[in-house]
Design a protein around this ligand. Structure first.
Ligand SMILES: NC(=O)c1ccc[n+]([C@@H]2O[C@H](COP(=O)([O-])OP(=O)(O)OC[C@H]3O[C@@H](n4cnc5c(N)ncnc54)[C@H](O)[C@@H]3O)[C@@H](O)[C@H]2O)c1
Length: 411
């Protein structure tokens, strides 16, 4: 495009408040505009971030030629149709996760991107978490050998969501709160799949049938008749390895929320538990332990190690910021003053989208990659409803070979 981004942000809830300052300060962005169905939110957001442009509705943004990109920050079940409409209107798209909640929506996004050559970038924190970067680097260099088995999860108990559902959904909030956890699978899938740069070919899903008194889950309780508050899926990957992924929404756990608990290769392995990252190589008969905490944990966390409250602070997510392994040199300096949330990942997601839309290259979390992060989760719900029947995963293929992808280490 080589044209600065004039961005229409759809949805002025809580998450986007971290992103508007980043978009505003990015050198490839000319200006940012907002819209929300809830007008007070829209006006408050515009005022808070000193934005001069507000739109009555999403459709007005699409009609306006001045806007050349849309950022979707609406509730999680609404993204697919908005992304499709934006691409059809000729706009580049940044979307919060998930990509969509139907395989057909996702397939249509991929087709539209192929046809239009517009940017689609899904802002998935899991791609840039320190554990994913570490495992990806070790897998790419072949230090870990072939991928054998990995486990990752996103734990987020329902009690942390009640208020935000009530604020955005009103009286019907439970209908949405009960969405199948694997309709939002990308925090767990992205960490393993991006680490080993492969994709799922077969999926088996299982669910925990919820019986909590909040009654968000069960037949007739939500828009999907979903009985499960916690879901597990086992994936067979194209590279021959196996992954176990969990999306849990009723669980006695707070933090860390998204992490790879283990990733085993034929030559080396990585494990994590509550602040402790372990990397073990097996050069010969004897294993070698490498403590990689200094590389994968934020500096402030390591400085606090040994304090009485240290472990308690970790499980309460006290140090949710950047770690030395994250290559902040590639991030424009103008973004430096803004907090880099979700373990230092926000700036990378914004930068990928802006660079992709400006240069015409593909984002690392482009439509094809995002499809592979999302579709296995959607299908695992079908599998779980069929008592864990193994299903062949719908695969939409690789991005076109002649479409250059931004290198997350250099560009
Ligand atoms: N780690 C992560 O990647 C992460 C973390 C938090 C949230 N998220 C995602 O970010 C998105 C936003 O989350 P949130 O907590 O801010 O949600 P929210 O409910 O606080 O805000 C969503 C807003 O979108 C508005 N909206 C819905 N449809 C609209 C439309 N057609 N036009 C204009 N406005 C519309 C709603 O009125 C609401 O104000 C969600 O999809 C969520 O999954 C991702």
């Amino acid at each position: 495009m080589k044209e600065k981004i004039r961005l229409g942000v759809v949805g002025c809830g809580s998450f986007v408040q971290n992103f508007i300052p980043l978009f505003k300060l990015h050198p490839y962005v000319q200006w940012v505009a907002v819209t929300d169905l809830i007008k007070d939110r829209q006006h408050d957001t515009a005022k808070k971030h000193e934005l001069t442009r507000e739109y009555d509705c999403f459709e007005d943004m699409l009609k306006d030629d001045k806007i050349n990109a849309i950022a979707i920050f609406t509730q999680r079940q609404l993204h697919g149709p908005l992304a499709i409409a934006a691409l059809k209107a000729g706009k580049n798209v940044y979307s919060a996760v998930p990509m969509g909640i139907k395989v057909e929506e996702i397939a249509e996004i991929v087709e539209l991107v192929k046809k239009t050559h517009l940017t689609y970038s899904m802002g998935e924190t899991g791609y840039y978490r320190p554990c994913s970067i570490f495992c990806r680097e070790k897998m790419r260099s072949n230090e870990m050998g072939d991928f054998v088995y990995g486990e990752a999860q996103y734990h987020h108990d329902m009690r942390h969501f009640y208020q935000s559902f009530k604020r955005s959904e009103g009286e019907d909030w439970k209908k949405v709160a009960g969405m199948p956890p694997m309709y939002y699978p990308t925090h767990s899938t992205a960490m393993i799949l991006s680490s080993v740069e492969s994709y799922a070919v077969r999926v088996t899903g299982f669910g925990y049938r919820d019986h909590h008194e909040d009654e968000c889950f069960g037949t007739g309780k939500n828009y999907w008749d979903n009985p499960f508050s916690n879901m597990t899926m086992v994936l067979q990957l194209a590279n021959g390895g196996t992954a176990r992924l969990n999306e849990n929404r009723r669980i006695g756990w707070y933090g860390p929320q998204s992490y790879i608990s283990s990733l085993y290769g034929t030559k080396a392995s990585y494990e994590y538990s509550v602040g402790q990252h372990s990397y073990v190589t097996l050069p010969d008969q004897k294993a070698v332990y490498h403590n990689v905490n200094d590389l994968l944990n934020p500096k402030v966390l390591e400085e606090a190690r040994g304090q009485e409250s240290f472990m308690n602070d970790i499980v309460n997510l006290k140090w949710n910021t950047e770690a030395p392994i994250q290559n902040l040199d590639r991030i424009p300096g103008s973004l430096a003053p803004v907090h880099n949330g979700h373990d230092g990942t926000h700036k990378f997601m914004v930068d990928d989208f802006c660079k992709a839309a400006y240069t015409g290259k593909l984002s690392p979390t482009n439509a094809w990659v995002a499809a592979r992060f999302n579709i296995p989760g959607l299908m695992s719900f079908d599998s779980a409803l069929k008592d864990g029947e193994t299903l062949k995963v719908v695969d939409l293929g690789d991005a076109p070979k002649d479409w250059e992808i931004i290198d997350p280490y250099k560009d």
